[in-house]
Write a protein that binds this ligand. Structure first.
Ligand code: SF4
Length: 430
């Protein structure tokens, strides 16, 4: 039996797709081995969100070739769609597949000899129109369910539409059937993932709201988590559904990117700070216990000290729970790539440090608000220094002495204190 190994970089969507492709191989008499082991075939699912991501992908590709020089090395994902030729020139690469072909790997590696010239099967991103359903299973306690792919927005710093194509999705009915398949595998929590999931429905004339309503009825799934949703797409109706739902957890992740309307306009984002603030306040009013995570980019071309201070003060004025801080990096074929007034790397570092400190402060404030409360936690498989970890519905990370009987079980605990790792110590309450 031939062996296959996988390595995935980037987002939850990539992990859901790798997991589905891996199951295709297992269904076709391959056995899966760890990436650091010797394998007959290596599949690398790439990310290209920053220049650093490209660099990491090239390192991983070279690692695979070093692991077994006679192996078949296949590269898929966003980097493969954006720069297929560049990847095909890396010594040892045999197949590079674009966004429309990545699920057909088995067909392209059949009878392939690794001495042959690299095969590149890709197409113009405007012709990328397939929606391949996918969900992750087997490598994590929680499952990433792909509900949407691609994006129709034109944010000036972003390459994702160039890598994944137009916004598209499967029908509500088929997506619900995917959730039912996951429920049959005794997975307790599904994380809805995609590129711009609030835009679900573009290719079927349906809506994200209708999807949420139907998923909420699926027996067996105890929790749904919305991975990330654009501010202009999180409607009051969705917030209301989450506030009364037994399954959709009180946790929102809403990209902001900048706290100044000037930069939001140059970024071609589809909202301003007023709209953003209103969404946060609506969530806080309807779901006071909700966790709210915020994406923010520092160092966008033209960002002055004053702009940064405005962003900092805006974030500090909101009742939010944590930040994901991204340092701007030029991406080819994006509008911002050609913009002047690039921010000095040292200044970017300083601003990034300041926002990471702010994020720690916000998270600590949010965790302190939850101490003393009884909360349900879904404990995961990970074991570190005799401890196990899990999240409450509102995304508080809880730590407990490892007990294998608690893995993949939703357990009621009382939240006690914040430890030096920033996690919350707890005791089980029956
Ligand atoms: S919404 Fe903007 S940032 Fe997000 S994937 Fe689409 S183009 Fe990129």
């Amino acid at each position: 039996m031939k062996t296959v190994a996988f390595n995935t970089l980037g987002c939850k969507l990539n992990f859901s797709e790798t997991s589905t492709i891996a199951n295709l191989f297992l269904d076709n008499n391959y056995s899966r081995v760890a990436f650091n082991n010797k394998a007959d075939i290596y599949i690398i699912n790439t990310c290209s969100v920053t220049a650093n991501a490209d660099r990491k992908c090239r390192q991983i590709i070279r690692k695979a070739v070093k692991n077994n020089a006679n192996a078949i090395v296949v590269v898929i994902g966003c980097y493969a769609q954006l720069k297929p030729k560049e990847i095909s020139e890396i010594k040892g690469v045999n197949v590079v597949l674009g966004a429309n072909e990545k699920f057909n790997i088995l067909k392209y590696i059949k009878d392939l000899d690794n001495k042959q010239a690299p095969k590149v099967i890709s197409c113009d991103v405007n012709d990328v129109d397939n929606f391949f359903p996918a969900f992750s299973f087997g490598d994590r306690t929680r499952s990433f369910l792909k509900v949407q792919d691609g994006c129709d927005y034109e944010c000036t710093y972003c390459t994702i539409p160039l890598a994944r194509g137009k916004s598209r999705n499967d029908t509500v009915e088929n997506t619900v059937n995917q959730a039912k398949k996951i429920a049959e595998k005794e997975v307790k929590e599904i994380i809805l993932t995609g590129v711009n999931i609030g835009d679900f429905g573009q290719s079927t004339g349906e809506s994200f709201t209708s999807l949420v309503k139907e998923l909420d009825k699926v027996e067996g799934i105890e929790r749904y988590r919305i991975s990330s949703i654009e501010p202009n797409l999180i409607t009051d109706e969705i917030i209301n559904i989450v506030s009364s739902s037994k399954r959709f957890v009180p946790h929102f992740h809403i990209p902001l990117q900048s706290g100044t309307d000037t930069l939001l306009a140059i970024m071609k984002r589809r909202y301003n700070t007023e709209l953003y603030k209103n969404k946060i306040e609506t969530i806080n009013k309807l779901i006071p216990e909700a966790s709210i995570g915020v994406d923010v980019i520092i160092g966008f071309p033209g960002e002055t000290d004053e702009d940064f201070n405005t962003t900092y003060n805006f974030l500090n004025s909101l009742d939010i729970s944590y930040l994901h801080v991204f340092t701007y990096s030029d991406r080819e074929n994006t509008l911002s790539n050609n913009m002047d007034n690039k921010v000095n790397p040292k200044v970017k570092d300083e601003r990034s440090k300041m926002l990471h400190i702010l994020s720690d402060k916000l998270q600590r404030r949010f965790y302190e608000k939850n101490l003393g409360q009884e909360k349900e936690v879904l404990f995961e498989t990970q074991k570190k220094n005799g401890k196990m970890f899990g999240f409450t519905d509102n995304y508080v990370k809880v730590e407990l002495d490892f007990d294998k009987n608690l893995v993949n079980n939703i357990t009621k605990v009382q939240l006690l204190s914040i430890n030096e790792d920033g996690n919350v110590n707890a005791i089980i309450v029956s």
